[in-house]
Design a protein around this ligand. Structure first.
Ligand SMILES: [Zn+2]
Ligand SMILES: [Zn+2]
Length: 342
């Protein structure tokens, strides 16, 4: 029996034939990175490899690291392995990583979303023998509505607040979700203001040519109380903090897949929750897994036990894989550190 294409170590997912790791959580010599979120692109590796479109955000977040890039879809030989990166549809630049050794193909999904948006390269299923899938929202209760419906809800909420003299504050993760929300809102309702952490990412993605509406960063010099009908996009960590006082009376909302859970909505004490996620829902996960044609499936971060049991019943050779990938909450924590002083 030859060695498996990928093995699972305490430092992360490892390819013995190519001597590299994928999204490792402890420092390694060579790390292939699916995308720039904090639980996947960590500090401390000697060499990084990521897609060209993921690189600018990674450089911003990780600083001056040794980062090599590869175009989406192109392949490269590393030792005895052939690797290539394929669109995961999660955030701009996010990729699934395909690893082929002696004709056997394994794919690491990273985080993925099956519904296309206007910013991320749309998800493409990759045929493989073994698929390592996330399952952040791997419960049947998670069933996303079409993006256009959520856009209409957000715009109606903003317009109502504007008519009643309230500011609209929307919490969204600064990398990915914030820009997706920006691409959905109607700038005709009023000006769009941004928290510094969101605006920093906007600037990077605009430089890459992604279409985003005009936004104004909230700074000390901005007389926020006198801006009429504003929509303010801020990381979740800024909600309910003194940073928000400058806007006067405001309605607070949060855009996240977790808003589908009533308990989370209540704990967050939001006026509104918009159910929109950069991860696949239950149907999306099952569709994506079927499309790979894989017999063997490993499930990482999320409802791994329940989801794995379901896959077994469906006839897959399914396994839970313990990793240190977080949910989006890991990004939220890292973004607290990112907050600009108010
Ligand atoms: Zn992610
Ligand atoms: Zn993740």
């Amino acid at each position: 029996m030859s060695e498996p294409v990928l093995t699972f170590t305490d430092r992360g997912i490892y390819c013995p034939a190519g001597d590299f790791f994928i999204d490792p959580w402890r420092p390694v010599d060579r790390a292939l990175i699916t995308h720039g979120h904090a639980d996947h692109a960590r500090w401390g590796h000697r060499h990084y490899l990521a897609t060209e479109s993921a690189a600018p955000v990674m450089r911003y977040r990780l600083g001056d690291v040794s980062l090599d890039t590869i175009p989406m879809g192109a392949s490269r030989t590393i030792g005895g392995a052939k690797v290539s990166f394929h669109p995961a549809g999660h955030i701009p630049g996010s990729a699934q990583i395909r690893v082929e050794v002696a004709g056997e193909v394994w794919v690491v999904s990273g985080d993925y979303k099956t519904e296309a948006d206007r910013l991320s390269e749309p998800f493409e299923p990759v045929r493989c023998h073994a698929f390592i899938t996330e399952c952040t929202f791997g419960l049947p209760v998670f069933k996303w509505r079409p993006e256009a419906d959520i856009a209409a809800e957000i715009n109606a909420w903003w317009a109502t607040n504007a008519a009643e003299g309230r500011a609209s504050v929307l919490g969204a993760y600064s990398l990915g979700k914030a820009q997706r929300v920006l691409s959905l809102v109607d700038p005709g309702i009023g000006p769009i203001l941004t928290h510094g952490a969101v605006e920093a990412t906007n600037a990077i993605l605009r430089d890459q040519g992604l279409p985003l509406p005009a936004t104004t960063q909230v700074t000390q010099d901005l007389d926020a109380k006198n801006v009429k009908n504003p929509l303010i996009i801020a990381p979740p960590s800024a909600l309910g903090t003194p940073w928000m006082r400058r806007f006067g009376p405001a309605s607070q909302s949060f855009a996240s897949g977790w808003m589908a859970l009533r308990g989370v909505r209540r704990r967050r004490a939001m006026d509104r929750g918009f159910v929109i996620s950069d991860h696949a829902d239950w149907d999306g996960l099952l569709w994506a897994i079927a499309e790979t044609g894989a017999e063997k499936v490993f499930c990482t971060h999320g409802y791994t036990d329940i989801f794995t049991r379901w896959l077994k019943k469906e006839g897959y050779d399914a396994h839970v894989l313990e990793t240190e990938f977080g949910s989006e909450d890991a990004d939220e924590v890292s973004q607290e550190a990112e907050q600009v002083p108010s």
